[in-house]
Design a protein around this ligand. Structure first.
Ligand SMILES: *Cc1c(COP(=O)(O)O)cnc(C)c1O
Length: 427
């Protein structure tokens, strides 16, 4: 053996592992995490951290949730994996029945895949092929500036936040961007869009409803987004809601789309869908979208599939998560966190280091009164201060945001707030 098993996992990691979104020369060291429970992560030296971002918005019912573990352990004894073309199984069927009940009521069909990027990739392919199958030429996608929809080619193309996508831009699909609507620009946005839509060449409009996560939790009003949706719908453009981040309770409702009068034609789900236990995604759509693929002609079908599509264990985790989401306990926790954030916000009122604050459901964000790079030095110092104090928050540029698990205790939440106030002193 060339490595000693007694060496830290953090050290052994450096030999063979290439991490996501990482420039290894600048950031060679990863923190070794040994276990997690509830809202806490424990590193290999035994130090614990409050997971203030639910491990990228996934573990919303807490890590290693006993109820979910029990359900998945039972399923493991029964059926682990089977091909999902030509076969089906109870966990997928049960999940489909439960999910359709909570989705906007125009949604009827679910297409399974593996992660948020594949969920949006499939949403984009559905929109393009929908028009293609109807004999219409609509090769363009519409998206918001500063949107984020994932890292595969279609998803990357529609993402406006492609600062590090230089090597790939020549290969992107056709996308046009519009500004996120605000009270100030809504008139102009609608006017420009109305003009642009006359060409009838836009297949779908993809958007993160109400909260743009990767853009540092930027928020917009449902009334303004709704006007954009009404307009595109009038011109036959499919509305693709990317709820990969906003789905499953984070905005205070099951889906952000519930705040809008105009329901989407397609919804992309992942992250909290499987409660942080296993990777899976679902792209749901209306009967009308599905019907455009339903034909005697085999080529009109959606020829897309992944090996682990609708994995029975992942479906079981998703179903258990959905049951928890609908429980009184979790719903009360969500309301409690919403109130705590509001109280914290009042406390921060007029703080000289804070430029602005915003909240949507359990997502709370504040912008610091300083200019900062997305992955710069000051940002790294803030991150380190949080971690040294046992709080895992991931500042994005000058934005600090909280998206903690619903089961976080008041004491843990208070510790996050106190640490943020300390951090304000060091900027
Ligand atoms: C995280 C995210 C994605 C991509 O999901 P992955 O599972 O990381 O591929 C897509 N859209 C939104 C809104 C996201 O937050």
């Amino acid at each position: 053996m060339t490595v000693l098993e007694s060496e830290s996992i953090s050290k052994r990691d450096q030999k063979h592992i290439w991490h996501p979104l990482t420039q290894h020369k600048l950031h060679p060291k990863m923190l070794g995490i040994k276990r997690a429970k509830g809202a806490l992560l424990y590193d290999e030296n035994g130090k614990d951290y409050i997971d203030g971002i639910s491990s990228w918005y996934t573990s919303v019912y807490g890590h290693c949730n006993d109820y979910i573990l029990e359900k998945v352990q039972a399923q493991m004894q029964q059926l682990d994996q089977v091909v999902f073309s030509g076969f089906t199984h109870e966990p997928a069927v049960k999940l489909s029945e439960a999910l359709i009940k909570v989705l906007p009521n125009n949604h009827q069909k679910l297409f399974f895949s593996d992660n948020g990027s594949t969920a949006t990739e499939i949403g984009i392919k559905m929109a393009l092929q929908y028009h293609f199958n109807k004999g219409e030429k609509r090769p363009v996608l519409l998206a918001f500036e500063e949107g984020f929809h994932g890292d595969t080619f279609g998803a990357m193309s529609v993402s406006g936040l492609s600062v590090y996508n230089g090597p790939f831009e020549d290969f992107f699909i056709q996308v046009e961007r519009i500004p996120v609507p605000t009270k100030e620009n809504i008139g102009e946005v609608l006017k420009q869009l109305e003009g642009r839509l006359q060409k009838n060449d836009i297949a779908g409009f993809i958007y993160e409803p109400l909260v743009q996560g990767a853009a540092a939790m930027k928020m917009h009003a449902p009334e303004d987004l709704n006007q954009v949706l009404e307009l595109i719908k009038k011109h036959g453009v499919l509305a693709i809601a990317d709820e990969v981040m906003t789905g499953f309770g984070k905005t205070g409702k099951n889906f952000a789309s519930e705040y809008l009068q105009t329901p989407p034609d397609i919804i992309c789900m992942s992250k909290a869908l499987t409660a942080g236990l296993l990777p899976m995604a679902v792209t749901s759509c209306t009967q009308e979208v599905y019907d455009a693929f339903y034909s005697d002609d085999i080529a009109k079908g959606l020829f897309h599939g992944h090996t682990y599509t609708a994995n029975p264990l992942a479906c079981t985790a998703a179903l258990a998560g959905l049951q928890l989401l609908q429980s009184e306990e979790i719903q009360e926790n969500i309301q409690r966190i919403i109130r705590s954030h509001q109280e914290f916000d009042e406390k921060l009122n007029n703080h000289p280091k804070v430029a602005s604050t915003r909240q949507c459901g359990i997502i709370y964000a504040l912008d610091l009164n300083v200019k900062m790079e997305r992955y710069g030095n000051l940002r790294d110092r803030l991150f380190k201060h949080f971690m040294d104090n046992g709080v895992f928050l991931r500042p994005l540029g000058n934005t600090i945001y909280i998206s903690a698990p619903y089961i976080i205790s008041e004491t843990q939440l208070q510790k996050i707030y106190d640490t943020i106030i300390e951090v304000l002193d060091i900027v």
